[in-house]
Design a protein around this ligand. Structure first.
Ligand SMILES: Cc1cc2nc3c(=O)[nH]c(=O)nc-3n(C[C@H](O)[C@H](O)[C@H](O)COP(=O)(O)OP(=O)(O)OC[C@H]3O[C@@H](n4cnc5c(N)ncnc54)[C@H](O)[C@@H]3O)c2cc1C
Length: 440
């Protein structure tokens, strides 16, 4: 490790780390930015450049009435360096912000090099440094030794290595002429939403599922071991036509009071956020391609028109149990000079990673200046994201990307809420008004 004692160490020159370092430097803080590549690589990165886009070259929509688009507008208000660079190197892609990834990394590298407050060190950090403020932004493919150290700091139950997550749908898009609330054997509160299937519907569903293409796993992901209780539905289905009916789609004890019928199979949905706008499909973790997931979900009675807020995914993903560890400012609760940023916090996606790097950088600078930290309201997309990941009442925490389901609901009548276009326009207007009135 370099000898000078810096103001702040940032671990990882990925999307979050570079943004955080630039934000700190802008506020006059000295930064040591550590990157382990090229000495050590991640299995997914292919260059030694900072801020590499590992897969697609798109940051998603720029449309302000789209959840990811709104997030970018908010980031522009907060002065994101990387969003600015992305726009400079953008490629024609309709309403989306697609970039020339080589040029993007080159421009980020130049900006880091020109900044006299930033020292870029090519070295792996194996332990969270104790003697100075730190931002951990080592990403979903954090090196093993650092991951071990994070695990001993957080407790092993608070560091996850793999995502096998189930899709989430918007409650307002569920058809309650078919779906019904009930708990198994009427025990406790009837908080689950149940989508019933008869034999014919189940067989059709099974047929779609077993013929659907899966996403190809990367080499370093193929050895991944899944918990038996967390197997993807397509793996369970491959064990036999009835395996799902005796597993996550078990119908026993789930009676629709309107009909008195116990069905052939049932898909259960569990509440996913406090305001009960989002529901996840219980036991439906999957690696199917997104188009197939959509077809499969829409074949479930009650979900014919379901708005899918998050698709199921499976990939290596190191992330901390943020609800137990972080505040919505991204500050660690048990060590105040430690912040986490990027995908490791459970904010998923390129834009979200940059956004959390932006907030962590701003807040670390404020912390060092003894200023109040920036905690954005849930009416903004970035505020909603950071409150979601730091909500200590959450139980089955899984990474999340920007979506309308996490944003505080509008106080308007149901008719307006049902009109998606108007609703999204109002949500984005409300957020941008906040930024207009609270210039950072
Ligand atoms: C295979 C894969 C594909 C993805 N595809 C997409 C996609 O198409 N679209 C999308 O929106 N999101 C995608 N993501 C999710 C996510 O948006 C990206 O991973 C994003 O790059 C995360 O940003 P980050 O800054 O948190 O981590 P990264 O950009 O990965 O940056 C972390 C950096 O830390 C370095 N590092 C790790 N450990 C250490 C250490 N101990 N010491 C020093 N340096 C270290 C790494 O080398 C890396 O440069 C993908 C993720 C993966 C794993």
């Amino acid at each position: 490790m370099a000898e000078t004692i810096p103001s702040v160490i940032v671990i990882g020159a990925g999307l979050a780390g570079c943004e955080a370092a630039l934000q700190l430097a802008k506020r006059g803080k000295k930064v040591l930015l550590y990157e382990m590549r090229p000495q050590k690589t991640t299995g997914a990165h292919t260059t030694d450049s900072p801020a590499e886009f590992v897969c697609s070259n798109s940051l998603g929509s720029l449309d302000v009435t789209n959840a990811s688009g709104l997030l970018k507008h908010e980031m522009a208000y907060l002065g994101s360096f990387l969003i600015e660079i992305a726009k400079e190197v953008s490629l024609p892609a309709g309403n989306a912000l697609a970039i020339d990834r080589v040029l993007f990394s080159k421009k980020v590298e130049e900006l880091l090099a020109q900044n006299e407050n930033i020292t870029f060190v090519r070295e792996e950090i194996t332990k969270i440094p104790q003697d100075c403020p730190v931002i951990v932004a080592s990403g979903p493919l954090t090196s093993d030794s650092l991951a071990d150290n994070i695990k001993s700091f957080t407790g092993s139950e608070h560091l996850h290595f793999f995502d096998a997550i189930a899709p989430i749908v918007e409650k307002d898009s569920i058809n309650f002429d078919k779906a019904f609330y009930a708990s198994r054997y009427d025990k406790g509160e009837a908080s689950y939403i149940n989508c019933p299937m008869n034999k014919e519907e189940y067989e059709q569903f099974y047929n779609i599922l077993t013929n659907a293409p899966r996403i190809e796993l990367k080499d370093f992901e193929k050895d991944a071991k899944f918990f038996e209780s967390c197997l993807p539905i397509e793996v369970l289905a491959s064990r036999g036509v009835d395996t799902l009916r005796f597993g996550p789609m078990k119908p026993v004890g789930l009676v629709d009071k309107r009909t008195g019928v116990e069905n052939y199979a049932v898909v259960q949905l569990r509440q996913d956020n406090k305001s009960a706008t989002m529901y996840n499909l219980v036991g439906f973790q999957t690696n199917l391609k997104w188009g197939s997931q959509k077809e499969l979900l829409h074949s479930i009675p009650g979900l014919e028109n379901a708005n899918i807020l998050r698709y199921g995914v499976m990939h290596r993903n190191t992330f901390i149990n943020s609800p137990e560890l972080l505040d919505a400012t991204l500050q660690c609760r048990k060590r105040k000079d430690l912040f986490f940023a990027g995908q490791i916090t459970g904010t998923e996606g390129y834009t979200e990673s940059i956004a959390s790097g932006l907030l962590a950088g701003i807040n670390m600078a404020r912390f060092l200046d003894n200023e109040e930290l920036l905690s954005l309201p849930k009416t903004t997309m970035l505020g909603a994201l950071t409150h979601y990941i730091s909500d200590s009442e959450q139980r089955h925490f899984q990474p999340i990307n920007s979506n309308w389901g996490i944003v505080e609901e509008l106080n308007v009548d149901r008719k307006i809420k049902k009109n998606k276009k108007i609703k999204n326009e109002m949500l984005s207007k409300r957020s941008l008004e906040y930024f207009e009135n609270h210039k950072p």
